[in-house]
Design a protein. Structure first.
Length: 128
């Protein structure tokens, strides 16, 4: 049976609830949802949807690095959007942060996200 390891980094926002930034079980790391919080100020970075998406991806990348991996190790990514009209911006920015082969992905329209966020992403990565 694998033991679980809690992943934490100051380079991503601290948890704003009863959860960890990520949990590693064996070679699999489960990434908690990230919104566009600046890790230093804990304020939202959301003047534009592109800034918000970029901050979310940077936060995820920081947690991946703390776990010993990178966004290249993500095998499954979930994207939660309050407006699916932002999907093109998500695709554009994901192409800057991720290379082929891309992870499996789901995009889900939701009514509301924490702190008034317009986007949240979580995922699963597998480390060698």
């Amino acid at each position: 049976m694998s033991t679980k390891t809690i992943i934490h980094t100051d380079r991503a926002p601290r948890a704003i609830g009863t959860y960890s930034q990520a949990v590693r079980c064996g070679q699999t790391v489960y990434l908690s949802g990230q919104i566009a919080l600046d890790p230093l100020t804990m304020n939202m970075v959301n003047d534009t949807i592109e800034q918000e998406i970029r901050q979310v991806l940077e936060n995820l990348a920081s947690v991946c690095a703390a776990a010993g991996g990178s966004l290249a190790d993500v095998v499954k990514l979930q994207v939660y959007l309050t407006d699916l009209a932002h999907f093109a911006s998500v695709n554009s920015l994901m192409a800057e942060f991720l290379q082929e082969p891309y992870p499996a992905r789901a995009a889900i329209g939701v009514a509301q996200l924490p702190r008034g966020a317009r986007i949240e992403m979580d995922g699963v990565l597998v480390l060698d």
